[in-house]
Design a protein around this ligand. Structure first.
Ligand code: THU
Length: 160
């Protein structure tokens, strides 16, 4: 028997001007995308922006529904739209941010498990690490270089 550890490396940026310009731009797109969120049930407006290897940026927002599970998170809206528009182009990075109607979020929003599972397959298809940037409405940005830090021991389609 033995106990093992999984290390989850990530970078924290306390200021936007510490970041790479292209990542800062992607975050800006994600913040803009929150304006389109349809979140009458949670008042939690999430924006996501995907940067493709061809330089294109595709955005998404959360879309809720009275039948709750029928809604979709901003990350999956953006990733699925990106794949539909550019099926053969690798995805380089994803930024996700959230604005609440009830408070100022000053800590990073962390993607849900279902979105992480989708990110795993996006990364596999893209054949490059997916950089994931997370922020609240303000405050620090967490950056993950590759989905493994966010989703260790993921279910692997190769087992099927
Ligand atoms: N939501 C996202 O869009 N992304 C996340 O990473 C977490 C949660 C949405 C789903 C729902 O519309 C609202 O936020 C509250 O859960």
């Amino acid at each position: 028997m033995r106990t093992e550890q999984f290390v989850c490396p990530y970078t924290v940026y306390d200021r936007i001007d510490e970041m790479d310009f292209r990542d800062a731009e992607l975050l800006r797109h994600a913040h803009e995308a929150t304006d389109a969120a349809y979140a009458p049930y949670s008042q939690f407006h999430v924006g996501a922006a995907v940067r493709m290897a061809n330089g294109a940026v595709v955005t998404g927002c959360n879309i809720e529904n009275a039948a709750y599970p029928s809604g979709l998170c901003a990350e999956r809206v953006a990733l699925f739209a990106a794949q539909a528009k550019f099926p053969d182009v690798p995805v380089e990075a994803l930024a996700v941010v959230a604005h609440s109607e009830t408070k100022t979020l000053a800590e990073p929003v962390s993607p849900c498990g279902a979105c992480r599972q989708v990110m795993v397959e996006v990364e596999q298809r893209s054949k490059c690490r997916l950089r994931v940037l997370c922020q609240g409405e303000t405050g620090p940005v967490m950056a993950f270089d590759g989905i493994e830090s966010l989703m260790p021991f993921v279910f692997q389609g190769k087992l099927l």
